[in-house]
Design a protein around this ligand. Structure first.
Ligand SMILES: O=C(O)C1=C[C@@H](OP(=O)(O)O)[C@@H](O)[C@H](O)C1
Ligand SMILES: C=C(OP(=O)(O)O)C(=O)O
Length: 437
């Protein structure tokens, strides 16, 4: 039966993208960086383990993480293979970091990560002088042999990817001269903000919608205190859940609202969602607010493909919102979703169809015909949804289950711990079912 309303005030854990970057830049600054609000999900812990293997001292002290860095250029040769688990961000950013250091590293990962394309970073990092031996198709496991000094390049991103951009900027830190990345379409800019915060010289010029990012190499980074804001990609599940379930009135505190990340909030509002921003402020160099979301009927829309980079990880949960909206939601320009932890277009099309939604999959998007608020009517008992080692599919379908007659059964909830270990508990708390479990 459909869920009880989501009410009260919650906090989601720290931003995953910012947490990875805090550990990496902290490990490159000489002295102690202290980070609070760091996400303690498996992906971020994989980054922490890799930085420790390269000589950084990283430990948790109470609620704060202490990172003693080794300095740009001074990463140590890691012993043994580095297991990146499920984390594309750890893998691609570290490939960049290693590319300009005099070290050789072996990177591996789980059954999802070893299917994901690494050619997009291998190609430009090879231009900088690094050597790679990858598995067929440019995949993990792979070996990266850095070159020091590396060669600075100017590179125009062929795909809108913050991971590729960040890999190049991190490689540029230990490279003489200026490394230039041209972004035809802006992507999340946490790396640029944090590099500046650590004292790197980085200039960003905007010309005709393109961003030209220039990083001055052989940088010296100064340690600093970092407060990691709440992850908008985690808040997304609660924004949609509270929008869908009648009677909901939920406040999510301390949510990062960097414009390069906050696309979903605007799209949900366009669909009719009732989301207000309270107490806007800056946390750790990033815009943050408390979001109050109340149930509201949603209408289907055509989602502007230009918004895709600003909500790239939020499409699985947007598809759930669309499945319960009145009318049709059309999305396009989403081919990148096919190379995430799973093929998120086909995984969500299959999962929503199994839950009773009407979905059509195209080459680069989904078209979802909504129920106008009527709970999804899948088969009983609920068919188990295949999550393909993808945390966002698991959490999105858990939310779909709140608005479903038969409920939704997720085949594997373990991947949720990669980005949001407290998800199930928080959802139970918000719906008032915590004690009944
Ligand atoms: O830079 C980052 O922290 C991320 C960039 C995005 O990936 P792409 O760069 O592949 O788009 C996003 O999907 C991922 O969850 C985190
Ligand atoms: C795509 C994601 O992460 P990553 O690329 O780091 O695995 C995600 O968290 O949705």
């Amino acid at each position: 039966m459909p869920s009880s309303p989501l009410r009260g005030t919650i906090r989601v854990p720290g931003d995953k993208s910012i947490s990875h970057r805090a550990l990496m830049l902290g490990a490159l600054a000489v002295g102690e960086t202290r980070a609070s609000g760091l996400l303690e999900g498996e992906d971020v812990l994989a980054t922490a383990a890799a930085m420790r293997a390269c000589g950084a001292r990283i430990e948790k002290q109470g609620d704060t993480w202490s990172i003693h860095g080794v300095g740009v250029g001074a990463l140590l040769q890691p012993e043994g293979a580095l297991d990146m688990g499920n984390s594309g961000t750890s893998t691609r950013l570290l490939m960049g970091l290693f590319a300009s250091h005099a070290i050789t590293a072996v990177l591996t990962g789980d059954a999802s990560l070893t299917k994901r394309p690494m050619g997009r970073v291998i190609e430009p990092l090879s231009q900088m002088g690094a050597s790679f031996t990858a598995s067929p198709g440019g995949r993990l496991p792979l070996t990266v042999e850095g070159l020091c000094p590396a060669v600075p390049i100017e590179y125009r991103l062929p795909v809108a990817s913050a991971q590729v951009k960040s890999a190049l900027l991190l490689a540029g830190l230990n490279t003489p001269g200026i490394t230039t990345v041209i972004e035809p379409v802006p992507t999340r800019d946490h790396s640029e903000r944090m590099l500046r915060g650590f004292g790197a010289q980085i200039d960003v010029e905007e010309i005709g919608g393109e961003r030209i990012i220039r990083l001055h190499g052989e940088a010296e980074l100064s340690p600093r205190a970092i407060e990691v804001p709440g992850d908008p990609s985690s808040a997304a599940f609660f924004l949609v859940a509270a929008s869908l379930v009648e009677g909901s009135d939920l406040t999510i505190e301390n949510v990062g609202l960097n414009p390069t990340r906050a696309g979903l909030v605007g799209v949900l509002r366009q669909m009719g969602a009732d989301i207000t921003e309270e107490n806007p402020r800056t946390v750790g160099g990033e815009p943050v607010a408390d979001l109050r979301v109340r149930h509201a009927p949603l209408s289907g829309i055509d989602v502007d493909p230009a918004l895709a980079p600003s909500m790239i990880d939020e499409f699985p949960i947007l598809f759930v919102a669309a499945a319960l909206a009145e009318g049709t939601t059309r999305t396009s320009g989403l081919e990148e979703l096919r190379v995430k932890e799973s093929d998120r277009l086909s995984a969500m099309a299959a999962a929503l169809a199994a839950a009773g939604a009407r979905v059509e999959e195209s080459a680069n998007g989904l078209v979802v015909a909504g129920t106008a608020g009527e709970p999804l009517a899948g088969t009983e008992p609920a068919a188990a949804v295949a999550t393909h080692l993808d945390h966002r599919i698991a959490m999105s379908m858990a939310v779909a289950g709140l608005a479903s007659r038969a409920g939704v059964e997720v085949d594997d909830t373990r991947p949720i711990a990669t980005s949001f270990p407290a998800f199930t508990d928080l959802l139970a708390r918000a719906t008032g079912t915590a004690d009944a479990r």
